[in-house]
Design a protein around this ligand. Structure first.
Ligand SMILES: NC(=O)C1=CN([C@@H]2O[C@H](COP(=O)(O)OP(=O)(O)OC[C@H]3O[C@@H](n4cnc5c(N)ncnc54)[C@H](O)[C@@H]3O)[C@@H](O)[C@H]2O)[C@H](O)CC1
Ligand SMILES: [K+]
Length: 457
């Protein structure tokens, strides 16, 4: 799978254990971890008086190493701890720290705060006796750096288990964890740096990577590049946005068909008033996109039924998802693109993290599920899943979902597998949003798609 692996706390421990089984010691891994964080802190903050907060586990162990290494570089470093170290490796690192260790409760702040209280081992919400001084010291500092994770977030679900402090930098150790990309935790990370400590991790969960989308070759023509048919329903503006996004997103041929309610848009988009079933009977149709502006009435239902029966690759969005509520497994592995509200209507209240929920929904529906949001998750029925890197909050505006559906449709029509097509669409969408910048509207995203595509050649 493309993209940086993301490992849960248990998977990270298993990856560490596999390395320890080869003869590497925990102390060596901890020295390496402390080394990468000290280096990153030095490069980020320079010669700044520093306070390192150490917890009871191996995250705290990393903290004692960081304190020693920064002190060796000539920094003024103080250490405060929430208690005595509880692991052998952390005790060993505590013993190698030659300065005092102050109690957390009443320690004075410093301009740089390094938080090594808890990492992947946090098992429950932070006690106020730890959360209160952490918050006080973070507020008084000028710069805040988190070791592996901000203390007080759920590693696997990104939940808030502490004061929700925003850091300037987080140094993820060995691999990314779900909390680095899942909200609300992801918003606290600041600059996210991956600290390589030579512990390889493989996972069925990755960060969505820039896709490779080669330019059309000499043998390509409009149909090999992908023919996207977008169903036009009650609100034709939404379908037009999807159609334009599919077109600028690389599709060779885009047709609007269905209720023939719309007008306007580029002359290169073909409008047909033949019955949708007749149009989808053409085996050169690469994908049918149904849902944006579809409506929820009998006519909408009829269009959806025609598309479901046509046997073409499908992308189902918006109203189509609401109409699908209560249906079981779907055939042909369609791509479903619900936001939270549509997801709940479609699948009910599922337990677990956004990743767990998207995976369960994908398995149940036999579809690729794109659970949209500030931390979009893509999941396939075979367990593959991917999380998008943070995209600009400016995407929270009308029509951007229609653009995403069109982009995913274009990538599916060009022949990508449903999971890869969904990931490619999400990546292009986020990248186009960064190019479009502050105050973007959905139409601006479409205007920036050619440059986003160029980045993938
Ligand atoms: N990824 C790697 O290869 C390496 C990671 N390292 C660092 O180790 C931590 C994980 O260490 P671990 O000891 O498993 O967990 P923590 O330090 O996060 O904390 C466990 C410790 O805390 C207690 N505890 C849990 N929740 C609470 C709470 N709410 N209040 C109080 N105490 C709590 C628990 O009982 C334990 O005693 C990882 O993040 C990296 O930073 C290593 O350096 C090796 C390489
Ligand atoms: K931490």
């Amino acid at each position: 799978m493309n993209g940086r692996p993301i490992l849960t706390a248990a998977e990270t421990r298993a990856a560490e254990a596999a390395v320890f089984a080869t003869g590497v010691t925990v102390e060596q891994a901890m020295e390496a971890a402390g080394g990468v964080v000290a280096e990153a802190a030095w490069r980020h903050a320079g010669r700044v008086p520093t306070l390192v907060l150490c917890g009871p586990g191996n995250n705290g162990g990393d903290g004692y190493v960081i304190a020693r290494l920064l002190k060796a570089r000539g920094l003024k470093v103080r250490v405060a701890a929430s208690g005595e170290p509880k692991t052998d490796a952390a005790r060993a690192m505590r013993a190698r720290w030659d300065g005092p260790v102050e109690p957390l409760a009443d320690v004075a702040p410093a301009p740089l705060l390094i938080d090594a209280l808890f990492g992947t081992g946090l098992a429950r919400p932070l006690d106020p006796a730890i959360a209160a001084p952490l918050e006080r010291l973070a507020k008084a500092a000028r710069l805040r750096i988190a070791v592996d994770l901000p203390s007080g977030v759920g590693t696997d679900d990104g939940a808030l288990l502490g004061p929700g402090i925003a850091y300037e930098m987080t140094v993820a150790l060995a691999v990314l964890k779900p909390a680095h990309r899942l909200q609300p935790a992801a918003a606290l990370m600041g600059r996210l740096v991956l600290g390589d400590i030579d512990i390889p991790g493989a996972s069925k969960l990755v960060e969505i990577a820039r896709p490779h989308l080669p330019a059309p070759g000499p043998a390509d023509h409009k149909y090999t590049r992908g023919h996207v048919v977008v169903a036009e329903g009650a609100m034709p503006g939404a379908a037009l946005l999807s159609a334009m996004a599919a077109q600028r997103g690389g599709a060779g041929y885009v047709t609007l068909a269905g209720r023939a309610t719309g007008q306007g848009g580029p002359a290169a988009i073909v409008r047909r008033d033949a019955p949708l079933g007749e149009i989808l009977a053409d085996d050169r149709v690469g994908v049918a996109l149904v849902g944006p502006g579809l409506g929820r009435d009998a006519a909408a239902r009829a269009l959806l039924d025609v598309a479901l029966a046509a046997g073409r690759p499908l992308v189902l969005d918006a109203d189509a998802l609401v109409l699908l509520a209560g249906s079981g497994a779907l055939s042909g592995m369609p791509i479903l693109t619900p936001h939270e509200g549509e997801f709940t209507k479609l699948f009910g209240e599922l337990p677990g993290s956004r990743i767990d929920r998207a995976r369960a929904a994908a398995e149940r529906s036999r579809a690729v599920v794109v659970l949209k949001g500030p931390d979009t998750v893509v999941a396939a029925p075979d367990g593959r899943a991917a999380i998008a890197a943070p995209a600009p909050g400016w995407l929270a505006t009308a029509g951007t979902g229609d653009v995403l559906a069109g982009l995913i449709a274009a990538n599916r029509a060009r022949g990508l597998d449903p999971f890869d097509a969904a990931c490619a669409g999400v990546w292009l969408h986020g990248y186009a949003a960064r190019l479009a910048g502050a105050g973007l509207i959905a139409d601006d995203l479409i205007a920036h798609l050619p440059r986003a595509l160029e980045a993938c050649l």
